[in-house]
Design a protein around this ligand. Structure first.
Ligand SMILES: [Fe+2]
Length: 221
């Protein structure tokens, strides 16, 4: 936690905002926040469709420039496994709409992937303004609170050591884990004023034979 000393009291200022209300995502505009998490429970239909996609499209990698008003059709027509997954496509279309509204964007870069290994296995920051991430099935993204990070150990500073040996985590049990269904906005180093404060995160390790279904939304214009 970062602390700001006001005239009358010591106020705790957290770098994370969490709620089961989707409006929490607007907190990403707060200068102290580098991750906003909407704790969302997925419907049973979305859970079934996510499992179906993992089983029937195990190497799915869909990349779409989605416009809010057409996102559902764009997704549904992009792959036969998605055509058979209307609840998931509808949910993603809602997220595209929210993301574009939040950032006043005409479209969002959608990436929907079935993964069987960690894409970015070491803790890192993204050199972009902001990314939405949500996992529909399987283990989800791991991240660190600002106050638990030694940023001198990022990248080459780790001297090739893995995260458990490099000293990047300054306390025990520092690793925070999103849950499947959680919708998170990760503020990166490219957000004006957030240089040196980008959210530190990594892909989770996957057990042998396990897969996950991950969605990311990016600003592309
Ligand atoms: Fe990343």
């Amino acid at each position: 936690m970062a602390y700001s000393n006001t005239a009358e009291q010591l106020e705790v200022v957290s770098s994370v905002s969490v709620s089961d209300e989707f409006q929490i995502l607007t907190d990403i505009y707060n200068e102290h926040i580098n991750i906003a998490i909407w704790q969302h429970t997925l419907s049973s239909n979305i859970l079934k469709e996510s499992q179906y996609i993992i089983e029937n499209a195990p190497s799915l990698q869909e990349v779409i420039a989605a416009e809010p008003e057409h996102a559902f059709e764009q997704l549904s027509s992009s792959h036969r496994a998605l055509k058979a997954s209307p609840a998931l496509c509808d949910h993603i279309a809602v997220l595209v709409d929210m993301f574009c509204t939040l950032f006043e964007a005409k479209r969002a870069g959608v990436r929907l992937s079935v993964l069987d290994k960690a894409m970015c296995p070491k803790f890192h920051v993204d050199k972009i303004p902001c990314r939405l991430v949500t996992t529909f099935e399987g283990v989800a993204t791991e991240w660190l609170l600002n106050e638990h990070v030694d940023r001198s150990k990022l990248g080459a500073g780790s001297q090739g050591l893995d995260d458990e040996q490099s000293g990047i985590m300054t306390v025990k049990n520092a690793i925070q884990t999103l849950e499947a269904g959680d919708v998170a906005l990760l503020k990166g180093e490219g957000w004006a004023g957030n240089e040196g404060k980008g959210l530190v995160h990594r892909s989770p390790k996957l057990a042998e034979g396990k897969k996950r279904l991950l969605l990311t939304l990016d600003l592309i214009d």
